[in-house]
Design a protein around this ligand. Structure first.
Ligand code: UDP
Length: 446
């Protein structure tokens, strides 16, 4: 790959949770592979288990006196205060004359960095770790300006499929639960107006209509999918994993267990790094998996383990393996995996699409309901489970949805679609693809 002569230094600032670190790390690797100096900015709380640098990417960690609050909502406020105090000093420290810091690529969930960047004389690039559809929905539903009726009927928005209440991001109806987060999410229009670049972890073909529409309003750039290169274009040699995991994966146990299963026979179940199921839902899921009669590999984070029913645990070894964290890409690509039972986080969704794995969608909150709508109705690579009136998805529904994807004719169609999307997503990041061109254009303008 040709090295650019422009000796620029780019700071990359993800919100420090796994689902935001992964895509921004991957984007950093794409930049660094073209000769740009990249420093990933994070906080001591998450960097204590990270290396000081990996590949050519440096890590700059901000010290802090108190630990971040546990609630996502409060931690955003906390992070904002820390950044306002510390970012200037970091930029000064890193601004050596050979590679002057020129741009701050910041996670769009953090609202203030654009002003900080401009005050420090840097350009600011907002990086959206969500789909373009999500941003378009928030754009239309900004409570300050929205005239979209939210009376429970179907919502019609330009260039988006008809959206029922259950397809909309949870913050629209549950704004009281996460007030700061909701305020911040709805203020994303600030980025559209102020940022010098607008990057999206998606690709044109996946959300064509909405991307075309959003482009008529703002100069958005698609730069995804940000999946490690060896699963896509293979131009970044040996890039098989994201590389900065905040959880310790039980890699050997998972792969060994999968190796001993038949091709396409295993249901892989995971709900990402944040989602927390209620006790009753956990019980229904456990028995749904057991009674589906397929083998399953289920990621249950340590904080969730106490919700597993005792009787189920006694029977577990007959059909399943539970781990606290796994190497998700290695698992999805494993030949034994037949489907992904997922919470539909945006990274998990893109990973399943890029690896051609059909899904059973069980969205929990945030953008996941909208991602599930696209999985089931737009890309048609999965089916979505239906919850009962109490909001719980029962064991029969879980078991029958798994069967539908794993063994019925519909499953074959979903698999074929999954393989089609895999090729299309790969083409976007291949040399000369839409996302590849956007990255090149960014670099040539630094
Ligand atoms: N992941 C993983 N191992 C696991 C579960 C998840 O490596 O056992 C990774 C997954 O590949 C994805 C990220 O964690 O890149 C989760 O991001 P996502 O957007 O899917 O969900 P979130 O955690 O943000 O809800």
């Amino acid at each position: 790959m040709e090295e650019i002569t422009n000796k620029a230094h780019v700071l990359v600032l993800p919100y420090p949770i796994q689902g935001h670190i992964n895509p921004m790390v991957q984007f950093s690797k794409r930049l660094a592979s073209r000769g740009v100096k990249v420093t990933l900015v994070t906080i001591d709380y998450v960097s204590k288990n990270m290396p000081k640098e990996f590949g050519s990417i440096k890590i700059e960690s901000i010290p802090h006196d108190d630990d971040p609050p546990q609630s996502v909502d409060k931690s955003l406020e906390w992070l904002l205060a820390l950044l306002s105090k510390s970012l200037g000093a970091i930029v000064e420290k890193l601004s050596d004359s050979e590679y002057p810091v020129k741009v701050l690529v910041y996670d769009s969930i953090i609202p203030r960095p654009i002003d900080l960047a401009h005050q420090l004389g840097l350009k600011g690039a907002a990086f959206f770790t969500q789909s373009c559809s999500l941003s378009a929905i928030y754009y239309h539903m900004d409570p300050e300006t929205s005239k979209v009726p939210l009376d429970g009927s179907v919502v019609t928005l330009p260039s988006l499929p008809l959206l029922e209440k259950e397809d909309l991001p949870s913050f629209i109806y549950e704004s009281d639960l996460y007030p700061s987060l909701t305020r911040i999410i709805f203020s994303q229009n600030i980025h559209f107006k102020k940022a010098d670049w607008l990057f999206f972890n998606t690709c044109d073909v996946l959300e064509k209509e909405v991307i075309d529409w959003l482009r008529t309003q703002y100069p958005i750039k698609t730069v995804g999918p940000t999946i490690p290169s060896m699963y896509l274009d293979k131009r970044l040699k040996e890039d098989k994993e994201y590389g900065l995991s905040l959880f310790k994966p039980n890699s050997e146990t998972c792969v060994k267990w999968l190796d001993s299963r038949e091709i396409g026979s295993v249901v892989y179940v995971a709900f990402g790094s944040l989602a927390s199921l209620g006790e009753q839902q956990m019980e229904e899921l456990a028995w749904g998996l057991m009674t589906s009669n397929f083998h399953f590999l289920w990621v249950v984070r340590t904080s969730e383990e106490n919700k597993l029913p005792n009787e189920f645990m006694l029977k577990l070894s007959e059909r399943g393996l539970i781990v606290n964290w796994c190497p998700q890409l290695d698992v999805l690509v494993h030949q034994s995996v037949g489907c992904f039972f997922t919470h539909c986080g945006w990274n998990s969704t893109l990973e399943a699409l890029c690896l051609g794995v059909p899904m059973v969608a069980m969205p929990q909150w945030s953008d996941q309901p909208t991602n599930a709508k696209f999985i089931s109705d737009v890309w048609q690579t999965g089916i979505r489970v239906k919850a009962g009136e109490d909001g719980v998805v029962n064991r029969d529904e879980i078991a029958s949805s798994i069967r539908e994807v794993m063994e019925e004719e519909k499953g074959i169609m979903l698999k074929e679609n999954a393989i089609k999307w895999k090729q299309l997503a790969k083409a976007a990041i291949d040399e000369g693809g839409s996302s590849d061109k956007n990255i090149e254009e960014f670099l040539s303008n630094l």
